[in-house]
Every structure is written in C-alpha cells, then in structure tokens.
Design a protein around this ligand. Structure first.
Ligand code: XUL
Ligand code: CO
Length: 435
C-alpha cells in the first residue's frame, strides 16, 4: 500500500529548480558551520498535525483528505496511520517525529485498555523505526482534550483528574522511553484558568509542580535519560497559562526546585501570543542554559491566534538559527514543525508542500545565520559596546567589590559618560546584507 503514489522522495535540486516538490535550499548533507544541514536542523514532523489534524476551524468542519483513515477509533486504523506516517517521513526526508499518546492510539474505556492500545501502536511504531532509522525527538501526553480536564489536568480542582493525568504521563513517558525518545515535553494546555473568580492559583501551581516532581522520580525509576522540557504558552485555550512565557517558566522551575531537570521547548507562535519576539524567548532561555528544543512555526500577526502556520519567513528563520548557532547547536533538541496546513490546503500533497516550505525556509535561515556568524561584524559590535565592563573598574564592580559609596566616588573620578550611538539601523542593514 502507498498513500502517496504520485510522490517520490523529495530531493535537493538547487536554487534554480522550478519543481515545487524539490528542496531549493535544504541540502541535507551539505556542510555549513561545521555540521551537515541535517544535523543542524534536526527536523521533526508532528503526528498530531500531520496525521490527525482534519483542518476544522471554529466555523467549519475538517477538509483534510485522508483516504487511508476510516475515521474509526480502532487500533487497526491507528496502525494503518503509522504506515502512512513513516512513508511520509521517508519521502519528505525528515529524520525525527513527535507525538501525543492520544494522537497515536485511541483512549480505551479504562486506564488498562488505554495502556493496552498504546502498547500495540507503539509496537508497530517501534518496528517501523527499526526499518527506516527514523527517531523520536520527543513524546508527550495529551492532557487537554478530554472533558475530565476541562478545569485543568494537574491543576484541576478535582484530585481524580490529577490521578488520570499522572496515569497518562506514566504511560506516555514509558512509551517515549521504549522508542528511544531524546526528550519528553510538558505542555500545560489547561494548566491555567479561565477566570480567577473560581480559581485557587496558589494550590494549582503547587499541584502542577507536584506532577512534574513525580514525573522526574519516574524518569529515574525507569532509567529514561532523555531531556524533559516545558513548552511555554501564555493562553488559548486558557485565559492564562501558568507556564506563560520563558521568564515565568524559569521562575516556576526555580521556585519549585525543578530547574535541574527541565529545559524549554520554545514555540514561535506562543512567543508571539505572549507579546514577545521568538529571539527574546530563545535568548532568555539560553541565558539560563535552558534552551532545549524548538517548535518551529509562526503565527499570523493580524489575527492573534495560535494558528500554527509553517515557518516560511526567511528573516524569522535566520533570527532563530542565529540563536541556535550561538548556543552551539542542538543536543537533544531539534526543529519540530508544530505546524499545520491551511484549511484550504486539504490534499495529501499539501503535507509535502507545507513541510518543504518550512524546511527550505529554515535551511535558508541557517545559511543566513552562518554567514552572519562567519562575518562576525555584528557580534564584534556588541562585544565592543560593552568593552568598558571588561576593564578593571567593571570587573571590580561585577565581583561585588564596590559599595554604593565606592561607586559614588568612582562616578566623581571617571567623569561624564562618553556617549556612543547604538547604531541599530546600521546593524539591521548589515543583517539584511546576508539575506
Ligand atoms: C499547543 C502546542 C502543543 C504542544 C504539545 O499550542 O503547541 O501541540 O506542542 O502538546
Ligand atoms: Co507546540
């Protein structure tokens, strides 16, 4: 059986090709800045959008054509999807994937039957991984779809919901471990509130921390060595999510003594919803040595939802890849396309067009970022801008050796501050030279 009979493996054909089913920028084995493009970018396709998103929106039903899917919640149907997904990964030449427990396997009518369903599908995924060499970037549990989580999962006012969430995390973590996953993500889709009028915020945050601690304990118990990540998002579907942005996550992890166990999986569209740029979020995480992985997508500035567009803007991708290069590249992380085709792009072929667009834009971003890094002028400007801090006085201040009184005397001694232009526009223009 083939789900995509008209599509061959997508290959690099170069800048001048007019074949839309070819890469123009992404040349997987090309060396750039010390690694192959494949190793820099570590692309992943996500099961929930690629295989399960029917492309419905609040005003209309799903439009996605999925002739391989009979629409039933059976394990057989779930296993058929696995076959299609791996054919897709092979043809698009993506090495990694990500999933939620409920994307890959149907929930049963008891905890035990849900675990059994998951086991069966994981077995078929494991077999396809062995055959194809594809790898799991991260797994996660869907703690936001079922009505039992309407008021939160770990942060629910009902203790029973907390137990169900824990059961799902346990099974999803074990599945991730079995599949050799390099990471495990916690996205707290309902871990927040609709209104504070019915919410005990202090309890809810403590409950969330408790679930995360229990997961850390279980990770050690089963010997899972992958990286744990939190994925910040400010809102939608909640009014406010407790892990609203990188700064909030870092504060939360420090407060509850979890920072040693977690890094962050940062998503562009979530950064924008929080009113930040993606670079702001990436830099804030990097500064705390907590940048782990990226959900590569973008939003639509004009409508303000989490629309999960494929990232097709080379400028955005260049900014992201500059951060990744500055961090020294991914270790366990990668670029997961948490992105979906538009509702109008409903043909199976659009799965290819959308991923190709994202992969080429990210590869373009990598080329730009590598050229900026090799040139070094922007980095040099920033270093020079802070050079006074590298002198004797700056070093002494930062070592904590100057009281306010000492500093007052220094101010008298050094005289007026030499004013220097920040040259923002010159630097922005310098950046543009590399596009
Ligand atoms: C939702 C979102 C999730 C996480 C995984 O906005 O980004 O799909 O990436 O749960
Ligand atoms: Co995401």
């Amino acid at each position: 059986m083939t789900a995509f009979p008209d599509i061959d493996r997508i290959r690099f054909e170069g800048r001048d090709t007019d074949n839309p089913l070819a890469f123009r920028r992404y040349d997987p084995d090309r060396e750039i800045a010390g690694r192959s493009m494949r190793d820099h970018l570590r692309f992943a396709s996500c099961y929930w959008h690629t295989m399960r998103n029917e492309l419905a929106d609040p005003f209309g039903v799903g439009t996605a054509q999925m002739p391989w899917d009979d629409g039933s919640p059976s394990v057989e149907n779930a296993i058929r999807r696995v076959e299609v997904f791996f054919e897709f990964l092979e043809k698009i030449d993506i090495d990694f994937f990500c999933f939620h427990d409920r994307d890959i396997a149907p929930e049963g009518d008891s905890i035990a039957s849900s675990e059994e369903n998951l086991d069966k599908v994981v077995e078929s995924i494991e077999a396809r991984m062995k055959e194809t060499g594809k790898k799991l970037l991260w797994g996660t549990a869907c703690l936001f779809t079922h009505p039992r989580y309407a008021s939160g999962a770990a942060t629910s006012p009902r203790v029973e919901a907390f137990c169900h969430a824990a059961a799902q995390v346990k099974a999803a973590l074990e599945a991730t471990h079995r599949l050799g996953g390099e990471g495990y993500v916690f996205w707290g889709g309902r871990e927040g509130y609709g209104s504070l009028i019915n919410t005990d915020l202090k309890r809810e945050r403590a409950q969330l921390a408790r679930l995360l601690h229990a997961a850390v304990e279980h990770k050690h118990r089963i010997g899972f060595e992958g990286q744990f990540y939190i994925e910040p998002k400010p809102k939608e579907p909640t009014t406010h999510q407790y892990d609203s942005d990188v700064a909030a996550c870092l504060g939360f992890l420090r407060e509850f003594d979890l920072l040693d166990h977690f890094k962050l999986n940062i998503e562009t569209n979530h950064a924008w919803l929080a009113g930040h740029t993606m670079e702001h979020e990436l830099e804030s995480a990097m500064e705390a040595d907590a940048l782990g992985s990226i959900d590569a997508n973008m939003g639509e500035w004009t409508n303000g939802w989490d629309t999960d567009h494929f990232p097709t803007d080379p400028m955005l991708c260049a900014r992201i890849m500059r951060c990744v290069l500055r961090m020294g590249g991914f270790t366990t992380g990668g670029l997961n396309f948490d992105a979906k085709r538009r509702r109008e792009s409903f043909e199976p072929m659009d799965l290819f067009h959308s991923h190709i667009a994202g992969m080429d834009a990210m590869a373009h971003g990598l080329e730009i970022a590598a050229a900026i890094q090799a040139d070094g002028s922007i980095d040099e400007f920033v270093r020079h801008r802070y050079a006074s801090w590298d002198g004797t006085l700056g070093t002494k201040i930062m070592a904590g050796d100057c009281s306010l009184t000492d500093l007052r005397d220094e101010a008298e001694r050094v005289g007026e501050v030499p004013l220097e232009s920040g040259r923002q526009e010159m630097l922005e223009n310098m950046f543009n030279r590399f596009l």
